[in-house]
Ligand binder design. Sequence first.
Ligand code: LRH
Ligand code: MN
Length: 425
Amino acid sequence: MIINPNKLSSDSKEISNHNEQFDHLANRLSKQNIEVKPLIDKLAAFQVAIPSWALGAGGTRFGRYSYFGEPASLEHKLEDIGVLHSLTRTAGAVSLHIPWDIPKDYKAIKELAQELDLKFDAVNSNTFQDSTGAKHSYKFGSLSNSSADSRQQAIAHNKEVIQIGEKLGSKSITVWLADGSSFPGQTNFQTALSHTQDSLKEIYKSLAEDWKLFIEYKPYEPHFYSTVIQDWGTSFMLANECGEKAYTLVDLGHHLPNTNIEQIVSTLMFKGKLGGFHFNDSKYGDDDITVGSIKPYALFLIFNELVYGMANNPQNPELSWMIDASHNLKDPLEDLIQSLEAIQITYAKALLVDQQRLKQAQQQHDVSLCQEILQEAYLTDVRPLVKQARLQSNAPLDPLTTYRKLGVREQLIKERGKNTVATGL
Ligand code: LRH
Ligand code: MN
């Protein structure tokens, strides 16, 4: 399904309501010497990659409830991301997961992506599942496995994923390892880390000059005692061991409770080693739920460090923004629309922080004023700014309402039926 752009325009009443709210906010901000135009341009230019594995209904070991009309092919998935991009103009990229989404016809896929104005962001390898016909198992690890055969197979897979990415025009690979142990004594930590380091260095050798390697960390799951790349420090250390094209990828759900993620982000940017994000939210574990649905202030504090870092850390490269979610209850496309909105709203709030005034207050140890400056931005309703960015990008003012008004899900069910199941989580 491809949405006809003429159906996306907002009605005059909606636009006049918006203009009223926008003018009001713009006047208020200009009194604070905040220029609105450059802010709107930043919001309009902000593109988030959609994970190809999160366009169907997700599930847990306790069950999975289909959402009908799910994408049954990579073409369907690109079309669904095209729908998201038409409705938000902020979802202009896709992050593929291999082997779940190996293109059958590269030329056709690239043409479809171009038609939908979608770029290929990071490709993801998968050495946490044994694919059919695989000679060696990853049950006891992949790049860290004590079996050289499993390690070599996993290294070869990552090199194949890089080649697939090169054919599509992607410029980065994300490596997340499930490798770890579920019982004390099961593995030798140093041997596992040493194998992982050598294996990553082997993969790193296959990177073209303009490519990046993102090393994603996670404290637990699927193993419940240890994970080889358990935290940002291990990922950072391995990225430095590999070289200047290797970076740490921060998945918001991959932190133990109460971890100060914004401080991790600032440290990685300070060292020029923050490569990108997997946005989602969580209350307990790696829940992979809608961005900003549980801890919106924590996300704001992270974006505050990102805005500071993007202005003060030229040593850190342009970041890769991606969502990594799983939809157990909501319509996947509605869930992703809400996540994209939460990301834009939070970025807009962080752009309102008076960084100079904050720096002064910090110098003077005026602790209360520091909080006032942050919360002044956080408590500002920035939705008129996000809507203005949409208007400027020919997207509807209210994507979710438009999605429902256009009956997209009903249309997808009509086209695909009720039995299609999307590859992925
Ligand atoms: C691991 C992870 C990783 C992906 C997978 C789908 O939890 O976050 O980024 O490979 O989810
Ligand atoms: Mn992730």
